[in-house]
Design a protein around this ligand. Structure first.
Ligand code: GUN
Ligand code: ZN
Length: 450
């Protein structure tokens, strides 16, 4: 797949979990595959074989190196983060404010520092290191308003062979002067970045009008025009994150029916759109998201941290008009790069809505479900021959407490649920990107930012 893709067959062995379909629609029985002793073989960056070890072993080419992770491991498709701000890595855990004040007090000052390209590169490297340490092999990433913030992220991602989507934030109002572009400059800069990066290797461009609060109608119209010209790009923005924000957007766009209509009116609703949060969407908006094939990114740690609310997952997935939903860390309002921790908070968000989120459904959300939200489920998000070889290997006994607790687990579902409730980055033993070991817990090659 790329010049650096290994061309000799390798394989890993251990228990494995993947999905062949959508458990929210068709049930776990029909869609979840748990193989207690599996082989996943890879060559030229793709999965070549997957199945029970006794069946796959005789099929492997002579000389295939097999690494056995043992019975306490779990091999999964790499995790996918559908909403994250890499420039906010240095300001995670900013105290004491809700969304609109948090943006002004902490976020914009942090993003101003990205005028310095080498600072931006240093943060991009730390961000990608954390992704790999947490088993995240694909993310949909917001950069800052500075085009070079996109360049450095893509340059660093390309070195690692990552499949990554990202885009320059378009913002022309309600932000500091030095973080503001114009409708025309944001269009021109984004278009140049698309020409440079979209479809180069595994990289994808996401057109990124930050949100309706920081884009004029003219800028949203330019973003819509750009997306029409480059319809195979993703489009990402924020929607209905807090009630205060929803009320403010109504004031800014008095002629629009609702928050989604602000985007829809400007041509920003369709397949490959990923809307962050969506906690306070109404029924007509959910129906429209379903109709146009757009996705919501559920960002529970962020929503709890900023006090934004508890996303109603079951409502978004209502059988008559299911909306595509992926999982997002939303760093730096989000409080963890750990997808396990994020799933633990997704469970609590469901609890606050008097629902429950089973571990099986949760792992689907973090893998195949998120791939589907980004229209990438034909390439990533599950383990099957032909899929790109992005994998995470979990250690199911990663801490003394988890080790102790696992002895009392009655079945696999409970074992999985323990991981998402008690686990974190320590549970990620190894991360494979495009068939190559990209991170190994401890002193692996990606453990340091140099
Ligand atoms: N809305 C607009 N920008 C942002 C951001 O950076 N983070 C979050 N959580 N919400 C936003
Ligand atoms: Zn966000």
């Amino acid at each position: 797949m790329s010049a650096t893709t290994p061309s000799c067959p390798t394989a890993i062995r251990g228990p494995a979990l993947t999905f062949t379909g959508d458990p929210f629609r068709d049930g776990l029985d029909k869609t979840m595959v748990h193989e207690p002793d599996a082989i996943v073989a890879m060559d030229h960056g793709r999965i070549t074989h997957f199945g029970p070890a006794d069946r796959v072993l005789p099929q492997l080419p002579a000389g295939t190196e097999i690494r056995d992770f043992g019975k306490d491991a779990l091999i999964s498709a790499g995790f996918i983060d559908t909403h994250v701000h890499f420039p906010q890595t240095p300001m995670m855990a900013a105290y004491g404010a809700q969304l609109l004040d948090w943006l002004n007090q902490y976020t914009f000052p942090a993003e101003l520092k990205f005028a310095d390209k080498e600072y931006a590169r240093m943060v991009a490297r730390a961000f990608l290191r954390e992704n790999l340490r947490n088993g995240i092999t694909t993310a949909c990433v917001y950069c800052t308003v500075h085009p070079h913030s996109v360049d450095v992220l893509f340059e660093e991602a390309e070195k690692l062979g990552l499949r990554l989507a990202a885009g320059k934030a378009m913002m022309d109002r309600n932000a500091p002067e030095a973080l503001s572009d114009t409708p025309q400059s944001s269009y021109d800069q984004s278009k140049a970045l698309i020409a440079k990066w979209h479809g180069r290797g595994r990289l994808l461009y996401a057109i990124t009008p930050r949100y309706a609060g920081s884009s004029s109608p003219e800028q949203l119209a330019m973003a819509g025009a750009l997306w029409r010209e480059h319809a195979d790009c993703l489009m990402q923005t924020h929607i209905a994150e807090t009630r205060q924000e929803v009320a403010w957007i109504k004031e800014l766009f008095p002629d629009r029916r609702d928050y989604l209509d602000v985007y829809d009116h400007h041509g920003l609703c369709g397949q490959r759109a990923v809307f962050g949060h969506g906690i306070w969407l109404g029924e007509p908006e959910l129906q429209r998201l379903h109709d146009c094939g757009a996705a919501i990114s559920h960002c529970p740690t962020s929503n709890f941290f900023l006090g934004s609310g508890a996303f109603n997952l079951a409502r978004a997935l209502k059988a008559e008009r299911p909306v595509r939903v992926g999982l997002g860390t939303d760093i730096g309002a989000g409080t963890s790069f750990s997808i396990l921790a994020t799933l633990g908070e997704a469970y609590k968000a469901a609890q606050l809505n008097q629902q429950s989120l089973s571990a099986g459904h949760a792992y689907y959300l973090a893998t195949r479900g998120s791939a589907r939200a980004m229209y990438l489920d034909d390439r990533i998000g599950s383990i099957a021959p032909g899929m790109e070889a992005d994998l995470v290997v979990l250690d199911m006994r990663s801490t003394p407490l988890i080790d102790f607790r696992m002895d009392f687990a009655r079945d696999f579902a409970e074992q999985l649920f323990i991981q998402m409730t008690l686990g974190d980055d320590r549970a990620v033993q190894a991360t494979y990107v495009v068939g190559r070991l990209a991170h190994e817990r401890g002193d692996g090659p990606a453990a340091r930012v140099t």
